[in-house]
Design a binder for this molecule. Structure first.
Ligand SMILES: Cc1ncc(COP(=O)(O)O)c(C=O)c1O
Length: 422
């Protein structure tokens, strides 16, 4: 950015927002677009998590049906939290899914995607200077969401296989008990694909109970779960194992999700948040979330998308075929292991987060700018393959690969890896 450009903007946007935290993912994605425009052959772009599977046919039909049957007034303003009958439907599904007694339509706020839900919640519960803890690596947009409310995002190390490290979380809370305000959990995780086990969530709930359970100012867990319905079944066609949740385990939990990924509707911006019926300050949070949905400028979630959900969710033909993402991830993982990369068996979503083989890592004295992941990202680019360095997600010496691509891109990218790692 030039000095003139910087002066044309507010100093805060220019320096803090566009300067320091410009997204690696977006930068790499745009680089890929430029390479394509310049010509010279295919570009294997594994940068952006943009769902490649089309929404199910049932969703298209549901839109037609919803428009055909509609009474007057279905495209006007509504209550900011969304249509009551849609929230009732969602509350019923979530109560059944997690065994929640007493969950009501009032605990559900329909939002502009999971991103909208998270911004609404952080605005509702955070004061400037509060700490938002997040296990690393993490979805990079969290940094911007924390900045929106002048809070501080505090990355916390994870354990083997990117599991929750309770001691590390407890240590951060103990170090600054008054500032620690929110823990963000994302399972299945972007970028690692990790799913937090029921046992680890039980232990987390016990620890939180002891540490912050009695605190006057509530401590919140926001569970960001847009990949929970993209878990791979053990055999094609079988039901996948459910993803455990902290809802029902720790009272002050709010689950956030969307259908950007599992129905391939990222551009339609439909999501919601679910407040635990046991939450302390439940009534106030319901009101605050609805208020912030309005005042942050979302006003309400898209009307037509809300009305379509009850016609699609829960029907077998209302799903994308997750097996396609699973095949891409498994094939890529196997090819990378042959080259010495380390990564767990893919279980959900469409991201891989392989650790670089020892020979490709930077020496311990190297600075961030020369870390092995950034160097390899550059070399892969020379072989027309676009990835994002793990540094962007708070953990270096890894790469983040998005596998929502055509099968041909898996072969092309593996070829590039072989050449770049030779
Ligand atoms: C972990 C995580 N949370 C939230 C989002 C935002 O999703 P939505 O499109 O529903 O706003 C994404 C999108 O990539 C994500 O990966």
């Amino acid at each position: 950015m030039s000095d003139a450009e910087r002066e044309a903007l507010s100093a805060r946007i220019a320096n803090e927002v566009l300067g320091a935290s410009e997204s690696w993912t977006r930068r790499m994605f745009e680089l890929g677009l430029q390479m394509r425009a310049d010509g010279g052959g295919p570009v294997w772009d594994l940068s952006l998590g943009n769902p490649s599977l089309e929404p199910p046919q049932l969703w298209r039909q549901a839109i037609v049906d919803a428009l055909r049957d509609e009474p007057p007034g279905m495209h006007r303003y509504m209550t900011n939290a969304g249509y009551p009958e849609v929230r009732e439907f969602i509350a019923g599904r979530e109560a059944a899914r997690y065994g929640l007694d007493g969950l009501e339509a009032g605990d559900v706020v329909m939002t502009v995607g999971a991103a909208g839900a998270m911004n609404v919640l952080l605005r509702s519960v955070c004061d400037p200077g509060d700490q938002i803890l997040v296990p690393a690596p993490y979805f990079t947009e969290y940094t911007n969401y924390a900045a929106n409310v002048d809070a501080q995002l505090v990355p916390v190390p994870t354990g083997p296989g990117f599991s929750l490290d309770l001691a590390a979380i407890e240590q951060v809370i103990a170090a600054n008990p008054n500032a620690a305000r929110v823990l963000l959990l994302n399972s299945p995780n972007n970028p690692t694909g990790a799913i937090y086990s029921a046992e680890s969530l039980d232990a987390l709930a016990a620890m939180l109970n002891e540490r912050v359970g009695e605190r006057k100012r509530p401590f919140w867990v926001i569970e960001d779960s847009p990949y929970r319905d993209l878990v791979y079944p053990a055999q094609p066609g079988a039901e996948p194992d459910p993803v455990p949740s902290l809802l029902g385990r720790w009272p002050n939990t709010v689950l956030v999700t969307s259908h950007s990924k599992d129905l391939g509707l990222a551009g339609e911006r439909i999501g919601y948040l679910v407040i635990s019926p046991q939450a302390r300050g439940r009534a106030l949070l319901r009101r605050a979330a609805s208020f912030c949905n309005r005042t942050l400028g979302f006003v309400n979630a898209p009307a037509l998308m809300q009305r379509v959900l009850p016609r699609v969710l829960g029907r077998p033909e209302g799903r994308v075929d997750v097996e396609i993402y699973a095949q891409n991830c498994r094939r890529m993982a196997a090819g990378l292991r042959d080259l010495g990369f380390e990564l767990p068996d893919p279980r959900a979503g469409f991201f891989l987060f392989p650790a670089l083989p020892e020979r490709l890592r930077a020496t311990s004295s190297a600075s961030d700018s020369t870390s092995g992941d950034i160097a390899l990202t550059e070399r892969l680019r020379e072989h027309r393959t676009i990835v994002v360095p793990g540094t962007a997600f708070g953990v270096s010496e890894h790469l983040r690969l998005s596998m929502c691509v055509d099968a041909s891109a898996v072969d092309g990218a593996l070829e590039a890896f072989r050449a770049a790692c030779a």
